[in-house]
Design a protein around this ligand. Structure first.
Ligand SMILES: Nc1ncnc2c1ncn2[C@@H]1O[C@H](COP(=O)(O)OP(=O)(O)O)[C@@H](O)[C@H]1O
Ligand SMILES: [Mg+2]
Length: 431
């Protein structure tokens, strides 16, 4: 079986207390065109942003394996390039035979290939593991502090547990879709009972505290409690220090494995096309396609221009390469953005609703370019509302809702035989 080039396993993403991605898994193979559909707010953009490393996932794993050269190998390869450039220039000047120059060029290419392939494949899951370790550490410290407070002040803990019970009771009722008036009455009665019990508990705990204060040995009790508090605090602090050391040791070990990786390079290899193009307005069309190549891939300017011109030809924008971004239409901007993405020689291109910001008459020109890329074998993940594109171009369709992949299959399965009621409703509604 063919290997996945990207594996997403049980990906979760929270923003504060909101859980946006709840459990997403996806295998992407070379040449896959995966369409992601689903209502607004279901987490589609967040998913792409996690894959592209623009967001740090809360949990789960993303494995992306590619022959990404490290900074060190770039440098080494560049030095060899320079060395050979001088050699070749000298040979040319001396009027060497074309065949001899060819031989030298082949020798150079073999050397550079050897450098690039001598580096291990990069396993960027280390980046995510680091993130998870630091989140786990934070949670551990929070739990310890909680434990401390509960031991020091058991009455308060008892009260807050009771309060929590009331909150849960209310939340559970809120989740009932269409409660009858009988159910409402029953709920209100139950709630009142709980609230009365809560009030009673509060009063009795207060009384208990007052009584305690009148005890003959009260001072002794206070002293003991102080001692307990100090001991516990000390113990918890020691445990935190210990676990912090352990966590940072693990993080440093992981960092050692990724220190050499340029994260921008990973982003270039899983490149993103945005809804709002994100072109640089102060550069012309060609400049937009050259910049990333020289900055991130370290291509020479000459090489970058050549690659950019070819990419612009593919999207039919070669005639406009010296136009400024504000001198071209939305559809043209998006085609330039796609060309720019292709210039990075990516393994995967992520599209986040690439046609949603366009006037209707410009949608097709962009979809056609995307179809062309797909036909040429480009691996793509496309978040889209264009159902026809999903149906006719994708080989796999995912329906996302509320942070889950609700349905997944080939276009025929998802569009013509949806297993899930929600998928059917969504597709029906957007026809
Ligand atoms: N940076 C953020 N901070 C807080 N909430 C966010 C952030 N980004 C997205 N969200 C929330 O996550 C949910 C999913 O958003 P998004 O991934 O953009 O969905 P979609 O692309 O499917 O419309 C939304 O409720 C949105 O408000
Ligand atoms: Mg979105």
């Amino acid at each position: 079986m063919e290997h996945s080039i990207l594996s997403v396993r049980h990906l979760k993403k929270d923003f504060g207390t909101t859980s946006v991605l709840k459990d997403i898994s996806l295998e992407v193979k070379k040449g896959d065109v995966i369409a992601i559909i689903g209502p607004s707010g279901s987490g589609k953009s967040t998913f792409l942003r996690c894959v592209n490393l623009l967001e740090n996932p809360t949990d789960g794993e993303i494995f992306y394996q590619s022959n990404i050269p490290t900074r060190a190998s770039f440098k080494e390869a560049n030095e060899i390039k320079k060395e050979y450039d001088i050699k070749i220039a000298k040979l040319k000047k001396e009027g060497a035979f074309a065949g001899d120059i060819e031989k030298i060029i082949t020798e150079r290419n073999i050397k550079i290939d050897a450098i690039n392939s001598s580096f291990d494949r990069i396993d960027n899951s280390a980046i995510f593991q680091i993130n998870k370790l630091s989140l786990d550490q934070k949670q551990y410290e929070k739990d310890l502090h909680n434990e401390f407070n509960r031991t020091i002040n058991p009455d308060k803990a008892q009260l807050s547990d009771f309060k929590h019970k009331i909150d849960v009771f209310e939340e559970e009722f809120k989740a009932v879709k269409h409660p009858t008036s009988e159910m409402k009455n029953e709920h209100n009665e139950g709630l009142k009972k709980l609230e009365d019990l809560y009030k009673n508990l509060k009063v009795s705990l207060k009384e208990k505290a007052v009584q305690e204060r009148t005890k003959v040995n009260y001072e002794e009790i206070v002293e003991k409690r102080k001692q307990l508090k100090a001991n516990l605090k000390h113990e918890i602090e020691a445990r935190i220090v210990e676990s912090r050391e352990d966590t940072s040791k693990k993080i440093n070990e992981l960092k050692g494995t990724i220190n050499n990786i340029d994260i921008n390079l990973v982003r270039a290899k899983i490149t993103m096309v945005f809804q709002s193009f994100n072109l640089f307005n102060n550069y012309d069309v060609l400049g937009n396609c050259v910049l990333g190549q020289t900055k991130v891939l370290h291509n020479s300017k000459k090489e970058a221009i050549e690659i950019a011109k070819n990419a612009l030809k593919t999207v039919g924008m070669q005639d406009r390469m010296h136009y400024r971004v504000n001198e071209i239409s939305g559809g043209q901007k998006q085609r330039v953005a796609i060309a720019r993405a292709m210039c990075m020689n990516p393994d995967i291109v992520l599209f986040d609703e690439p046609t949603s910001a366009l006037d209707p008459e410009m949608v097709n020109e962009v979809l056609q370019v995307m179809k062309k890329l797909a036909d040429e074998g480009m691996t793509m993940i496309v978040v889209t509302h264009e159902m026809n594109f999903a149906k006719n171009v994708a080989n796999k369709v995912l329906f996302m809702e509320d942070g889950y992949v609700v349905e997944e299959g080939n276009p025929d399965q998802v569009f013509n035989h949806p297993k899930n009621k929600r998928t059917a409703e969504f597709i029906g509604g957007s026809k």
